[in-house]
Design a protein around this ligand. Structure first.
Ligand SMILES: Cc1ncc(COP(=O)(O)O)c(C=O)c1O
Length: 411
């Protein structure tokens, strides 16, 4: 299967990869596909007018921006373009969501957040404390680094209204069983809000199949521009208070949740990401397939296989080194993890390591990656958190071999 993945073809779509740097900080942000950058430029240079007027160019720009909702709805298997809310970042979108939900909660209601999340999916829910909402923490098992349903069960009661958790931690790399968790939470009459930021660059998204209520991810980590997407079930979004002007009606989805409107060029530009995936599909599959979601499913199967192949030598190396402790899944199994890999080194600060790797033109990173509560609960703040190596499908086996060679010398 691995041999079938044409990584040279893939890399040719990313002008930034023509240089001699190996990028292993992709969970921080990926390179942008040329198709996406071109669409941003096209919008700005050819149709940069205000939407919704009667003249031809305005009609054209309106169509371009609307395309983002139509295509992303198809891409992630949402029911309707009205379920796609766009915004500047996942952090902002989740803050807006919590604000729109404020009136939904009443004093005494409970929300559960996970301690393995980026702060983007914790802070907004904690702020509802002011409204009399109690927020509880779902802690990972510190032995296997997993979120476990038994632990969640102990936290839930008839007051629980929402469980906010990450599909994949940006440190641990573990893929949480989102469908199973959503089913469990729904059986207790609560909703789920899932942070898909560290999952979306690696695997296919199926919001209907998983039956999630809210799902957010950042397009700049999925080969696009600095922009983000929040999915919400239409039946729930319809009930939320708007956070836009008072005259924007409750039924105006997603506009009532997009104060100041979307960024036109980035909304349209984000559809270039899907053009990129389409070209990967056409390169690898001869079968004509008219359904975008199903093409993406196939592309992401190829991506998962390739990622497993390239992360395996790294996992073998890290598992073999007695002075290294992997923080997260120890396996390279594509069903259990994405290739976002963190570790600490005995007797060393994590901040020391990337500085020794930098001169080799390899970009890696250290820190808490804004999952500060996780790093604190693992008692590794004093060694500056973890060293993180985060790969995506455009990374190659030879880049990984080079990285391992460098790490072997310095650790
Ligand atoms: C897992 C995870 N969630 C949320 C975020 C926040 O995303 P944004 O930068 O779009 O606000 C990040 C950013 O690093 C992340 O890694």
């Amino acid at each position: 299967m691995f041999d079938k993945f044409n990584v040279d073809f893939v890399r040719a779509n990313f002008p930034a990869l023509k240089g001699d740097w190996a990028y292993f900080d992709n969970a921080g942000g990926t390179q942008i596909a040329e198709q996406s950058a071109s669409k941003i430029t096209d919008y700005l240079l050819n149709t940069n007018v205000q939407l919704g007027a009667s003249y031809e160019i305005s009609q054209l720009s309106t169509e371009k921006v609307a395309l983002a909702n139509v295509l992303w709805a198809e891409a992630i298997n949402a029911k309707s373009p009205r379920e796609i809310v766009l915004g500047s970042s996942t952090t902002a979108l989740l803050q807006n969501l919590a604000r729109a939900l404020t009136n939904y909660f009443k004093p005494g209601d409970e929300i559960i957040v996970s301690n393995s999340d980026h702060e983007a999916n914790i802070g907004p829910w904690l702020s509802l404390h002011e409204k009399g909402v109690k927020v509880k923490f779902w802690h990972i098992n510190n032995e296997n680094y997993r979120l476990e349903l038994d632990t969640l069960n102990e936290l839930m009661n008839e007051n629980t209204k929402l469980v906010a958790f990450t599909h994949t931690s940006n440190i641990l790399g573990t893929i949480n069983p989102v469908k199973e968790i959503a089913e469990f939470v729904h059986s207790k009459n609560a909703m789920v809000c899932v942070d898909g930021v560290a999952y979306a660059p690696h695997r296919h998204i199926d919001v209907k199949g998983w039956d999630v209520d809210f799902y957010a991810f950042s397009l700049y980590k999925v080969y696009g521009p600095h922009y983000s997407l929040l999915y919400g079930k239409e039946s729930i979004l319809k009930e939320l208070s708007g956070i836009n002007h008072f005259f924007i009606g409750k039924e105006e989805l997603p506009y009532k949740l997009q104060p100041g409107n979307v960024n036109f060029e980035l909304a349209y530009g984000s559809t270039g990401i899907l053009d990129y995936f389409n070209s990967v599909y056409n390169e690898h599959f001869s079968e004509k397939n008219t359904i975008l979601n199903s093409r993406l499913e196939k592309v992401f199967q190829l991506i998962a296989d390739h990622e497993e192949e390239i992360v395996r030598p790294l996992m073998d190396f890290l598992n073999y080194k007695s002075n290294i402790k992997i923080i997260g899944e120890k396996t390279s199994d594509k069903n259990l993890r994405v290739p976002t890999v963190s570790f600490i080194v005995k007797g060393r600060k994590s901040s020391e390591i990337p500085l020794l790797v930098d001169p080799h033109k390899i970009g890696i990173r250290w820190g808490d990656f804004y999952a500060r509560r996780l790093i604190e609960s693992l008692n590794i703040s004093d060694i500056d958190g973890v060293v993180r190596i985060s790969m995506v499908h455009y990374n190659t086996k030879s880049e990984v071999e080079k990285l391992i060679g460098v790490l072997d010398k310095i650790i």
